[in-house]
Each structure stands twice: as C-alpha cells, then as structure tokens.
Design a protein around this ligand. Sequence first.
Ligand SMILES: [Fe+2]
Length: 444
Amino acid sequence: MSISYVSFLHLGDVHYPDLISRSPLVDHKDKGLSTATVGAVSSTRVADIARGVSRVLKEEQNLVAVVITGDLTTKGDVPGYKECVTFLHSALQLSDEKYWQHRRLLVVPGNHDINRSAIVAGQPLQDKFRPLSQAWLDVCGSDRTLTVGVPTPTDLPPLGTDNPSIRFLPLNTCYLCGEYRAFPDRIRNEVRRIVDEVKSTVSTDAFEKMLSEQIDCPAVAREHVEAIEQHIQESDPNSVSVVFGHHPLFAQPMPRIDGYNEMLNAGFVRETILETRKNVVYLHGHIHQDPLLTVNSPMRGAHRIIHVSAPALEDGFNLIRIYFSSETGQPLGMELVQHRFGDHLGLVRQEPIKLRLIEQTELWNEIDQPWVDYVLSKLTSPQNVLRFNELLRGVPPALKVNEDQTAQTNSLVDALIILELLEIVKIVNRDKAPKVWQCQRKII
Ligand SMILES: [Fe+2]
C-alpha cells in the first residue's frame, strides 16, 4: 500500500493592530542605540510570522488551503481589518499564481471584526459583516475568501488528482455578536422616563442604545448548521470534512469571567456534527490558547470530532496533514504540526501530534504486510534505535523485486507512517527528510 497526504494551514486570531505594535524580538538594554541599529540585529513577530508562513507555502507541495478563523482586527477597527487583509495579501503572496492556482484562502469573521458602533438595532443580522466583505473586495478584487452567510463546501483534492480530498466548511459563529439586549419590560418604562430627561441632548440612535446593551453573543444561524450537516452527509465517503469557525464548541480550559462565554448553540452544533456519524475536524480560534480535543459519543458510534484550536497568530500557527490510502482512498490519519515561537529562537516546528482517522483494526487491513513485517523484525525493542538509511540498506532481496531505490524508499516510509499511526513505532526528526529519521519500537 502507498500513502498520500493533503495539508492545510490554520491561522488563529491575527489582531493585526496589536500584532504590528509588538516590540522587536530583542533584549533591548542599551537605549542609546538607534532604531536602525537595533533593527539590523533583531526581528519582529509580524516579520517572523510572514517568513514562517511563506516558507510553508513554498515547501509544502501538497498544501491546498490556508484557513483563518477570524479576529483579523481588534475592537471592530475597520481600517485595521483592511490593513490586515493587505498584510495577508502580501505575506501569503496571494497574487502569485505559482502558489495559489490550485490553493484557496478561506476566512470566517471573529467577534472583534465587528464594528459595534455601526450596528443599528433591528437591521438585518448579516449587514454588520458588509465592511469586512468590502475590505476583501477592495484589496483582492473578490470577497469569495470570506464566508458570512450560508456555508457552501470547498472540495480540494491534492494537486493534479481528483481524489482523495478535503471538504472545507466555513461557519460564521458571530451572527449575534454586537446585537442589542434591552432592559426587561418591567423596568424599561421607568428607565425610559429617567433617560427621557436627557433625550434632547443625544441622537435618536444614542437614545435607543441607552435603553439597551450590546452583547457579545456568539451563535450560529440554525440554517447554517443545517447546511453544514447536509454538506457533511453528502460528502464523498473518502473525503474528510473540516468545519471552521471563530468560537470553540467547548468552554476554554482557563476560567473565563465574562458574559455569553460560549456559543449560544454550541451543544446543538456539536450534536448535529456527531449525528452525521463521520469523523470531522473542527478548527477554531478566539481563546488565544491551543488545546486539542477529540470528542466522541458512544451512543452515536466510534467516529469523533477532532477539535483543534490555533493560538493567537503572534504565538504561531498550525499545519495539518491528512493521510490517505492511495489504493482505497480511505483517510487513515491526521498529523498536527504546531509552529510556535520559542523564547528567543523565532518560530519553531514542534514534534507532530498524530491521530488515527480509522479504527486500529481497519488500519491493519491497509498494511502492506511484508514491509511492516520487515520493519518490525528490525525494530525489536524500545532500546533498539535505527536510522532510516540503516533500515533501507537492510531491505531483504525478496522486497526489492520490481522496486527500484525510490520505490523501496517510499514503501519503507509508508510502512513506518502506518506503524506510527498504530502507535507501535516512534520516529524522531519526523518533520525532516526520511534520511535523518531515527526509528524506535514503542511497544512489543
Ligand atoms: Fe481574539
């Protein structure tokens, strides 16, 4: 069996106005030196991120999409939102055909992207997103990147093939953010009487706002949840659905002292996704932390929601790879590669986190048994560490029949990845070229 993979980038909350104001990455003690001198030996978060993302776009040949889960700006700063789109246009090199001919940038709004002062009570809920769509239109010539309405699927197979694919499904979780909540009826008239005394001094709009409060109430329109359910149900059996929204489906790990913390209908969204009885990856931001959860309901089968958070972009981003069987097209596993800022090293790639997308027994059925048997015969105990090239040099003649050096390398890589997904083998230097892999048996 051979294995193929498709990958995508997940960028969390950008908060561009804050990001560009971060201090340079330098321990700046001597304040007498000029800015130019300091700049010559230091970097900035925003520059490091742009470089890191650009490197992934260049190196990751199977990358099909970049997903951004909202909060491009802060506190509804619309000019800041547009500046962020301009930054992304440049950092992602969106006008470069060689990167983007077969790739897509996919974005949803965050609660900070909404300009609350421009919201008029009673206006259509979708109107508050118009300035965001306009920013994409102005900078990129099209607003198809940003989804605020009913979600439609984007199916992206790897370059030059039709199958297998990833089905991306955007979810606007900010539909009610910035809406008004009025005083209860029983005190409303009394409040109105008091406020009436100052009515002549303020505008009609300001007067109405005095009688209510704006709430940051995350929620998804029911129509959008139903569309997501339908698109997951109708997806190709071998494709993997990736739903992405700004807010998580679960409360954040750190206690949050705030009103309307969770999505009003997060439970409904979760249960609807679980009811599709398919493995679904859910990407979100908002909490500026990066927990990873897998959630399953035994009442609904063995499938899971894999719930992935990206940190604020100033702390890094996620690269996700989905592995498929090239023969059956079946999704086999997922790999999360976190790119995070070290203390002084800039962006650092962490050891990949692996998750199976099929049951262990099914994965065994995907195995090319002779190659797996060979690897296991060499890696007999956890103390027994072998370099990839040592394993390649020891391939027995029977496995070399009809396979040149490249085919043997690929077969060995595939066997090791399968054994890694089965949690039988550990691979050190996994994010580097196979020739520097060090392979070790985890269990006997
Ligand atoms: Fe945020």
